[in-house]
Design a protein around this ligand. Structure first.
Ligand code: NAD
Length: 244
């Protein structure tokens, strides 16, 4: 079977950099009509333009319930029914819990986890009406195994998994909800780690290398396509073997 997303409407949050951008590139090559959510209008328009005429950008803060709801309504009216929603926007604010401020906790939980409530709530009814839809939530291996200095991030990513499994059970038969749990992937998010920290992570990876954003995009394409129609509520770790 050929993977063909021709004219499927796909919304990707955090779609202008790193993993989200790699997913956008691959999906654009496979014919999807893409709407990317991000924070910076100028940068977003530039990325969308570079990916072709089927790609557009909206500046939407994914933590803002009303803004996400309004943006989804606008897409439904202007572009058409949403076939695939990919929640990929995310941040880290790493600190040991002892030093973690309330704002470090709230920001990470709002952008990484509440965002999933916001976007899924907005696409739910239209997807159910169409009896068709796929939601892909980009979580992390850290949500499965924990990591010192990342209580806020790990809680948000573990929360995404519980959220996705519950929603998958609510919607089974009509909409599939699955997660991808990337391991250590080379993006802006991991750029700031020191070479010692990077080496320590690589030492924990059985395949002994960091992953590339495209390697996550291939799995997203599988989950967005009919090839995965009998899968829901799953977490696919794409991590060089870190979790097994
Ligand atoms: N890089 C890794 O090793 C790794 C590992 C596991 C999981 N992840 C997850 O993958 C996803 C993508 O991360 P990445 O590595 O590509 O990093 P990245 O920093 O390149 O991408 C994050 C994206 O989220 C967007 N974003 C942040 N806050 C936002 C907000 N309030 N509203 C809208 N958009 C917002 C940013 O603009 C950016 O495009 C994240 O959810 C991250 O937690 C990354």
């Amino acid at each position: 079977m050929e993977v063909n997303l021709k004219d499927e409407v796909v919304v990707i949050t955090g779609g202008t950099s790193g993993i989200g951008k790699a997913i956008a590139e691959l999906f654009a090559q496979n014919g999807a009509k893409l709407v990317l959510f991000g924070r910076n209008q100028e940068k977003g328009d530039e990325v969308a333009k570079s990916l072709g005429q089927n790609v557009s950008f909206m500046a939407v803060d994914v933590a803002d319930h009303a803004a996400v709801d309004a943006a989804i309504k606008q897409i439904l009216a202007d572009v058409g029914p949403i076939d695939v929603l990919i929640n990929c926007a995310g941040i880290t604010k790493d600190k040991l819990l002892m030093r973690m401020d309330e704002s470090d906790w709230d920001d990470v939980l709002s952008i990484n986890l509440k965002s999933c409530y916001n976007s899924c709530k907005a696409v739910l009814r239209p997807m159910l009406k169409a009896k068709k839809g796929k939601v892909i939530n980009v979580t992390s291996v850290v949500g499965l195994m924990g990591n010192p200095g990342q209580t806020n991030y790990a809680a948000s990513k573990a929360g995404m998994i519980g959220f996705s499994k519950s929603l998958a059970k609510e919607l089974a038969g009509r909409v599939q909800v699955n997660c991808i749990a990337p391991g250590y992937i080379e993006t802006k998010m991991t750029d700031s780690l020191s070479s010692t920290q990077k080496q320590a992570i690589v030492d924990q990876i059985p395949m002994k290398r960091i992953g590339q954003p495209e390697e996550i995009a291939f799995v997203a394409l599988f989950l967005a396509s009919p090839l995965s129609n009998y899968m829901t509520g799953q977490v696919l770790s794409v991590d060089g073997g870190m979790i097994m």
